[in-house]
Design a protein around this ligand. Structure first.
Ligand code: ADP
Ligand code: MG
Length: 310
């Protein structure tokens, strides 16, 4: 079957350029300009029962929280501020009302914390499973949206927190790094940024491709590994590092900044960014490589999650 990214690429090549859309398909959000100084950001994500969660193992509130959280994470990835959410649902007929209320209960704490208005949506019921599609509209800062495409050879790669093992439960509780991105962007010029949803290797791959076919070297000992990755590795024979590189749904931010700016950020991290780590360097040699303590480099295959292949 064709890959998810093949289909998106096909669409992207056919999407007509538009004067009010400086950034369309291909990044964490689209950017739209209405004439003012600030770009509007728009992102949408659909979650389906049986695919992204299992209703029963996950409560409706957990699903609601995740559905809003993943969109806020995409706004964070542009160094934006979320403003309003639109929630479209296909509810299983039998429990439609209870599930709709549960979804909202899960969204409410995030909406309050991030000052996001529930501004609209669409409600349907059917004999099928629960499907939730959330769209969030936000605002970039006056410096413009931070894109995937701005990484430069020599840039330091930073990540906002430890990675891997999110399937143990963290994937249902994304912690959108909105404040962290804004705080970092105020101190330094972030060249490129993405939120880690497909896995570190795959999402770094997106940044490198969008930045003109660059490469990167990750330092094996510097990749921050989450304790959940260690716990999963105990059971499945894969290493904690493999989990950190490939698991996905971490919803941490991966950013590329000038090396001097990385030094400054790490010497005195902005409020809430104590987990910020430098894990590698952008290179003009294409491909993704892992450097071990003795200096040997091995190629990393970007194994990310493909919705059409899996
Ligand atoms: P993310 O993981 O940040 O949510 P995705 O990998 O889902 O991003 O999508 C990559 C890009 O492709 C985004 O810009 C998204 O808006 C776009 N995209 C995905 N599916 C479609 C579609 N069916 N039509 C138009 N654009 C799409
Ligand atoms: Mg994203």
């Amino acid at each position: 079957m064709e890959s998810e990214f093949g289909v998106i690429d096909w669409l992207r090549r056919r999407a007509a350029a538009h004067g009010a859309v400086p950034l369309g398909i291909g990044d964490d959000c689209a950017a739209i300009r209405f004439g003012g100084a600030v770009e509007a950001l728009v992102t949408t994500d659909m979650l389906m029962d049986g695919r992204h969660f299992r209703l029963g193992s996950a409560s409706a509130a957990e699903v609601g929280r995740k559905a809003l959280g993943v969109n806020l994470s995409d706004i964070a990835a542009m160094a934006g501020r979320p403003v309003a959410a639109f929630v479209a649902v296909a509810l299983p007929k039998d429990e439609a009302g209870a599930i709709a209320r549960g979804l909202w209960e899960g969204m409410r704490p995030l909406a309050e914390r991030f000052e996001v208005a529930l501004a609209g949506g669409d409600t349907n019921a059917w004999d099928g499973p629960l499907v939730v599609c959330v769209t969030v509209v936000g605002a970039a800062t006056a410096r413009g949206a931070v894109r995937r495409s701005g990484a430069r050879p020599g840039d330091a790669l930073l990540v906002t927190g430890p990675l891997g093992g999110s399937l143990l439960g963290r994937h249902l509780r994304p912690r959108p790094r909105v404040a962290e991105a804004l705080a970092i962007h105020e101190l330094v010029d972030i060249h490129a940024m993405i939120d880690i949803s497909d896995g570190l290797a795959a999402d770094l791959g997106h940044v490198l491709v969008e930045s003109g076919g660059l490469g990167a070297v990750l330092d094996e000992g510097a990749v921050p590994v989450h304790e959940d990755a260690v716990a999963m590795a105990r059971d499945d024979g894969r290493s904690p590092l493999e989990h950190a590189l490939h698991d996905g749904e971490d919803f941490e931010l991966l950013l590329a900044v000038a090396p001097g700016d990385a030094d400054r950020l790490l010497a005195a991290p902005p409020a809430g960014c104590d987990a910020l780590r430098r894990l590698g360097t952008v290179s003009d040699r294409p491909g993704l490589r892992l450097r071990s303590a003795d200096g040997a480099e091995a190629t990393i295959r970007p194994l990310g999650f493909d919705h059409l292949a899996c």
